[in-house]
Design a protein around this ligand. Sequence first.
Ligand SMILES: Cc1ncc(COP(=O)(O)O)c(C=O)c1O
Length: 423
Amino acid sequence: MNFSNTDISIAHELDARDELASFRDEFVIEEPDLIYLDGNSLGRLPKRTVNFMRNAIEKEWGGRLIQGWNDGWISTPTELGAKIAKLVGAKADEILVTDATSINLFKLALAALKARQNRTGVVSDVLNFPSDLYILQGVIDLLGNHHHLTLIPSADGITIAPEAVDAAIDDNTALVSLTHIAFKSAFMHDMARVTEQTHRAGALMLWDLSHSVGAVPVDLNGCNVDMAVGCTYKYLNGGPGSPAFLYVRQDLQAQLNHPMWGWLASENPFAFELDFTPASGISRYGVGTPPVLSLKAVEPAIDILLEADVKRLPTESVKQTDYLFFLAEQWLTPFGFTFGTPRQAEIRGSHVSLRHPEGYRINRALIESPPPAKKVITDFRVPDNIRLGIAPLYTTFAEIHQALDRMRIIVEEKIYEQYSNEK
Ligand SMILES: Cc1ncc(COP(=O)(O)O)c(C=O)c1O
């Protein structure tokens, strides 16, 4: 997209034409002057969640007490999973909302390695979220250190070349476990291509969708993906620490057995049998009692995304991130900023990393500058990345304009020098 100039009127025009603009009203915005560009870490609170939760606490918990389990609490993880399935191109009975992303990754990675006993290769990449790598290392350790973890290198620290992926996968690979959109650079793997390459080698594919779901198109069935995990507190706006989800393709559910045989993964929990029989469907990937209140908070947030139509979100995200790139080129690169995110929309997600040697102090100045300066919430990732998250449901072009203008002032007037470098 081409933008003619840096005047704020252009941002206002773009906002006036934004098809999703009315959805901003769905969110609690307590401080209209606060510019929030961190929806890629913690999404905003939907207004309807407040009443929904009041009802869940007062009427369901307060009023119905233990009867709530029979009224429907017990099926919350699968019912919510069926809704998330619509966001990621999966079938209703292929997704379970449960546990944290890291825990789900542990369960599925272990199940995958047990299903490929004759192979010892595990492949990931150097851009992956460290927790994902720790989990893979822990799984390998638990299995007696017979496996080897190969990390696909990145030539520029921002992207992973498709040829590098191909080179890392071979006929000894048991599992390829990658994050679809990298947490720092927002680089996006080609899900269809990598999954196909993995299958051609006879390995299983596990994607982490934490930075993808609710931001970019995801088609798990269309790409024939085996397994996936993802979180609900970023673009899904489910609240701090809201439960994560896992996906296992229907035809694999009978073959992939996860390692935590809790009663709520069993076929008939209330039969209280002494020996474990796994549930036949996606419920077999649960463990213990679901955190009903935390699960409930995810539901209204997902309804908003479904109403907005997930297909429209990426279009808006691309326009807004393009606009951010345009302003950064005009205003920030002359002051030493470089891009930590690929320029091409086809290989990037919905956040943009701007790099600067003084990134940490600039980020502090954005967040901590006293009024009348506008407060801008972004986040910082070592060593020098300021991440700006675009959540198309509520981020406006005017906010992007104001945030970048504020960054320009902070570097031009060296305001960041007033802040300490101490972490
Ligand atoms: C890509 C990715 N994977 C995994 C995680 C960890 O998620 P959790 O804390 O739910 O285990 C995060 C957290 O931000 C993440 O960004």
